[in-house]
Design a binder for this molecule. Structure first.
Ligand code: COI
Length: 355
């Protein structure tokens, strides 16, 4: 069990109105910090005022991107309680990422204690309005002041909190997605399944391109054939083809194993629906659309929740899915998932953790 020392901020910030939150623009009064050094392990767990940190310009994270992060949320229920959604899954994924990036493991119980203690300390920051939550961003950076390329010997684990509304400005409105055929996000054996900043840096050029085509996000294809669908950068992706739900399989290690993805698959199966995890060719989607069989498409993610996809744009050839409206499966998943998260629907799966 961590001994977490708390230093209270001298002045607390004014909290933003729930209506202006957006995503990741505001940060709470405090943050969690814990250091790691070889030979000592993780030590000096503390909650301190949120603010700038001091690192040497030679700190390894700035040069070789030895860094990882996670994203989960705390929700306020109608009765005012605060709960997390499947934090054990995020923590397990964080330690898988750590392994891939040669970052020391953080004991799962310590990571959970850190998250719970910080969220509890900042509980007044969990927003009340429908559709809002407190986004939790744990991350680890390598801090050795050293330019040799090898795993660092010193790290900092931090957790910051941000009250959020919708990830996309349009909320549940369907998004437009650009099929990227030039750049790739990940290849087999790379870091696609890890949650590390480098993956997102590599995705920015595709994102810029997508925006030029009037799209919000990129649909990444596999790095070898440039043919099979991987994911949408900030979301996993599902398609309903001729009544069957399909989603790209995780087997090649290119795709982030999303907690929302996993929860949607479990929910759909619990409703007796068939969900197939398999390779999905981008061309198959356009073909299914031509045949009138591409019923729905949607993205899933902690930040994005369920995000209907209204348009797929490949080389300027744009197809509209389900009349650019949210489909019945996306809507049902959204209602059930957010119902559980905000405590409106009974959690029969044991997914929520009260704080
Ligand atoms: C999340 O859904 O929590 C993410 O980390 C996506 C993000 C990069 C905004």
């Amino acid at each position: 069990m961590l001994d977490i020392k708390i230093t209270r901020a001298e002045k607390l910030k004014e909290k933003p109105d729930d209506s202006v939150l957006g995503f990741g623009k505001y940060f709470t009064d405090h943050m969690f910090v814990m250091d790691y050094s070889d030979g000592i392990g993780w030590h000096d767990a503390r909650i301190v005022p949120y603010g700038p940190i001091s690192l040497e310009p030679s700190a390894m994270v700035f040069h070789y991107a030895q860094e990882m992060f996670e994203g989960l949320k705390a929700y306020r229920t109608a009765s005012g309680e605060i709960q997390l959604f499947r934090p054990d899954r995020n923590i397990a994924r964080m330690n898988n990422t750590a392994k891939r990036l040669c970052i020391p493991q953080i004991p799962a119980e310590d990571a959970l204690q850190a998250i719970e203690t910080l969220v509890k300390y900042e509980q007044d920051w969990v927003p009340h309005s429908e559709g809002t939550s407190l986004y939790i961003r744990p991350f680890v950076i390598a801090t050795d002041p050293m330019l040799g390329v090898h795993p660092a010997h010193n790290y900092v684990f931090m957790i910051i909190l941000s009250p959020v509304g919708s990830y996309y400005a349009g909320g549940l409105d369907p998004v437009k997605i650009f099929v990227e055929k030039e750049y790739v996000r990940a290849v087999k054996g790379g870091t696609g399944q890890a949650k590390c900043g480098g993956n997102y840096a590599a995705s920015l050029i595709g994102q810029e391109k997508a925006e030029k085509y009037g799209c919000e996000q990129v649909l990444w294809l596999d790095g070898v054939h440039h043919k099979y669908v991987d994911e949408v950068g900030s979301m996993n992706v599902f398609f309903v083809i001729d009544g069957e739900v399909v989603t790209p399989e995780l087997t090649d290690g290119n795709i982030l194993p999303g907690v929302t993805r996993m929860s949607c698959i479990e929910l759909l199966r619990s409703w007796g629906m068939k969900v197939t995890e398999r390779k999905v060719e981008a061309a198959e989607l356009f073909e299914a659309h031509r045949a009138g069989k591409l019923d729905e498409a949607f993205g899933t993610g902690t930040a994005a929740v369920i995000s209907p996809i209204g348009v797929l744009n490949e080389d300027g050839n744009a197809i509209t899915i389900n009349n650019n409206e949210i489909g019945p499966i996306s809507q049902r998943l959204y209602d059930e998932l957010t119902g559980i998260q905000w405590g409106k629907v009974e959690d029969t799966h044991g997914w929520t953790v009260k704080i």
